[in-house]
Design a protein around this ligand. Structure first.
Ligand code: SF4
Length: 373
């Protein structure tokens, strides 16, 4: 059955197919409606829940048209640039929280490395490796509910050192933060805080009981108030309903974080989500497209699960996302950086250069105006 593009995509949708006189194919009709959606998103309109639902329910045969529309938005705001991030797990395991997806939680029996906050020299060596791997952002993650005062001091000192020595943006994933903690990190030179919404508001209580969705929003507010950029995304495939997923996507659209990491659940043995069925690669791509429509100006990063869930469709994801992690994830392996560089080059994308500690500007309109097409 052809994908029925609902009227809501645009009041000017071409209805000529409906009277049987159409001279254009289903695919062309779908593409026209989706391109109008992308034009309207570029012009500043917000994605609606109805549009998100229609795209999630579209047949898999419509995926190329959906990808093409999302690619227009990607090219408009991010050109053909790719931003690489490198992650270090600076404190692993030993966490008292019970996030169901996480191998480091108190309820996980997964076999992972467990260690306290790494020494400054080790974290600095990671920063050097990030530069060598062409990353523009160095992401430091620490397991736990929130850093204690000693850990916060050490993190502040280490971040100052990184900013002094390396041309990198630094993003810290610290757990929950108060305003005072966020301000101390900002003063030390931190650029960005990672704190994910993870999923929709209703579903959050089903994946974590030791803190709430509201706690997470409070941390994001504190980080914003302290003048820090936000990195905020989530995890797809934890058992969320369609409504939960749409709620999550639209919440990201409201928040407009500078950076949006999207993970596809790796159901690690020993975690409560062990054995969860994998989302299909086409579903993963549709979600990426929806997040591109919801957060058009944000850096959209395909994070953990890229290799596992997108598999051979990975390159298609880069037409939507403008950022990936290079190297490994928190407790799972990524593909070798050389494979990422080859994929990026083969697709015609260009790794973004780092200029004096700041990423080079990439927001440029590289498409002709709709009228000129
Ligand atoms: S996600 Fe963070 S807070 Fe939750 S269990 Fe894992 S390390 Fe702890």
């Amino acid at each position: 059955m052809p994908f029925q593009v609902p009227e809501i995509f645009s009041p000017q949708v071409d209805n000529s197919r409906r009277d049987g006189q159409s001279v254009i194919s289903d695919a062309q009709w779908e593409a026209n409606a989706l391109f109008r959606l992308s034009d309207e998103i570029i012009a500043g309109r917000r994605l609606t829940a109805e549009e998100a639902r229609a795209i999630l329910r579209s047949p898999d045969t419509a995926i190329l048209e959906i990808l093409a529309a999302a690619y227009r938005v990607r090219r408009h705001f991010h050109g053909m640039k790719m931003r690489l991030n490198m992650l270090i797990n600076a404190k692993s395991g030993l966490c008292g929280e019970d996030c169901a997806y996480c191998s480091q939680s108190k309820v996980s029996t997964a076999s992972i490395a467990k260690y306290p906050l790494l020494d400054e020299e080790v974290i600095l060596a990671g920063a050097a490796a990030a530069v060598e791997r062409k990353a523009s952002t160095y992401c430091i993650a620490i397991a736990g509910r929130s850093p204690n005062p000693r850990e916060l001091d050490r993190l502040c000192r280490t971040i100052s050192q990184i900013k002094e020595r390396f041309p990198l943006k630094v993003c810290l994933s610290p757990g929950l933060l108060t305003l005072a903690q966020a301000e101390a990190l900002k003063k030390a030179g931190l650029d960005r805080v990672n704190h994910n919404l993870n999923t929709g508001r209703r579903f959050y209580r089903e994946i974590c009981s030791t803190h709430t969705y509201e706690d997470r929003l409070a941390t994001l507010r504190a980080a914003r108030q302290a003048g820090l950029e936000l990195c905020c995304g989530g995890i797809i495939g934890m058992g969320e309903s369609e409504d939960d997923l749409i709620d999550f996507i639209l919440a990201l659209g409201e928040l407009r974080p500078e950076s949006v990491p999207i993970n596809f659940l790796i159901p690690i043995p020993g975690t409560p989500l062990e054995g969860r069925p994998a989302p299909s690669p086409v579903h993963c791509l549709k979600v990426l497209c929806l997040i591109r429509f919801a957060t058009p100006t944000s850096d959209l990063r395909i994070a953990a699960g890229r290799e596992v869930h997108l598999g051979p469709l990975q390159p298609l994801g880069l037409f939507v996302a403008n950022s990936i992690f290079v190297g490994d994830y928190l407790t799972t392996k990524g593909q070798p950086p050389e494979e990422d560089y080859r994929m990026i080059a083969a697709l015609g994308f260009e790794i973004e250069q780092v200029v004096h500690g700041e990423s080079a500007a990439v927001c440029e309109d590289t498409l002709p105006t709709p009228a000129a097409q």
